[in-house]
Write a protein that binds this ligand. Structure first.
Ligand SMILES: C[S@@+](CC[C@H](N)C(=O)[O-])C[C@H]1O[C@@H](n2cnc3c(N)ncnc32)[C@H](O)[C@@H]1O
Length: 307
């Protein structure tokens, strides 16, 4: 994205999602449109909460057309009718249009669903929950991008940043000059508040694209990395999520925060090797066939937080 101006990402994305609703899926697809990820979540949810006896509160933020919730709740109702019956599912999104589209998609689950307008770029979560699931919301929140140059820290527009956040300054000490690194401070604050309202023993599964390993960062030449780190789909701006920052911030708060590749998470839950699939334009994982060959890492990660 040439001449990155991420200052108004919140306003740009709010406008995009509010006007588009479910039509976003003509600009891009997500793993919430397939079934592997939501099915893996349902399997994990049943294993974590079946037989616990109480009402279980689930929260989902950034709900899209409701498909992520629909597949999850469909799987849950067939795998554990007793857990389904005591699950209350709360869906939060910035876009009224999206909420109205999702309501239609979730018509068979109306009795256990509650919808709420919520802006994760301006507000902090306050709903107590047992389980939270989020797909591709945090990479839509405002991010700050910094790089090292001539012994100082600079923004992508070439302006010096005299007082960068301490975490960013320390992080950049290990990065070569001119490589632009996104820092997800708004997402960090969101997650920190989220963990603060989790009930005892809460679980959160957060999925997004971004970077976590040194290999993710350094395997790409600087110019190409800088060009791809923030992107537009339609008019929406999205920025790679800094999973190193998020997991270390959550761990410093005293919670367990584990990051793994999203595909590996799905393979473990579904008990089979998987391959990337985009049949019918929907991102998904399908059972791996013999001739699928070796796949590269897809850049999608799973952050698991436990309270
Ligand atoms: C990339 S879409 C992902 C949708 C869905 N989770 C999926 O994976 O298909 C981002 C979703 O987050 C919502 N969203 C974007 N910015 C938001 C914000 N600041 N606060 C709350 N929701 C937001 C959008 O309306 C949209 O539903």
């Amino acid at each position: 994205m040439a001449g990155k101006n991420l200052g108004d990402i919140a306003a740009v994305n709010a406008k995009y999602y509010s006007s588009k609703g479910k039509a976003i899926y003509s600009d891009f697809s997500t793993f919430a449109q397939g079934s592997a990820l939501a099915t893996a979540n349902a399997i994990g949810f049943v294993s974590d909460f079946e037989g616990t006896g109480n009402e279980i509160i689930v929260c989902e933020y950034g709900i899209g057309n409701g498909n992520f919730a629909r597949v999850f709740l469909g799987e849950l109702s067939s795998r554990s009718p007793e857990l389904y019956a005591r699950t209350r599912y709360h869906l939060f999104d910035i876009s009224e249009k999206m909420i109205s589209d999702a309501k239609k998609n979730l018509a068979t689950h109306t009795s256990i669903c509650e919808f709420c307008i919520f802006d994760a770029a301006q507000e902090l979560p306050s709903m107590p929950f047992d389980y939270c699931r989020i797909n591709e919301l945090l990479s839509d929140l405002p991010a700050e991008i910094y790089m090292r140059r001539n012994g100082g820290i600079f923004a992508p527009d070439g302006k010096a940043v005299p007082h960068p956040p301490l975490f960013a300054a320390k992080f950049l000490e290990r990065i070569e000059r001119e490589r632009q690194i996104p820092f997800s401070f708004v997402a960090q604050e969101f997650l920190s508040a989220l963990c603060g309202c989790g009930k005892e023993g809460f679980r959160a599964d957060i999925f997004d694209y971004g970077f976590y390993t040194a290999d993710d960062i350094f395997s790409m030449p600087v110019d190409e990395w800088n060009r791809l780190v923030a992107r537009t789909y339609g008019t929406q701006i999205t920025v790679d999520l800094n999973f190193l920052q998020l997991s270390s911030a959550i761990a410093a708060q005293g919670f367990s925060a584990l990051v793994e590749q999203q595909k590996g998470y799905c393979e473990r839950a579904l008990g089979m090797p998987l391959a990337f699939s985009d049949e019918g334009g929907k991102l998904d994982y399908a059972p791996k066939k013999e001739n699928d060959g070796i796949e590269e890492d897809d850049g999608f990660y799973h952050l698991r937080i436990e309270g």
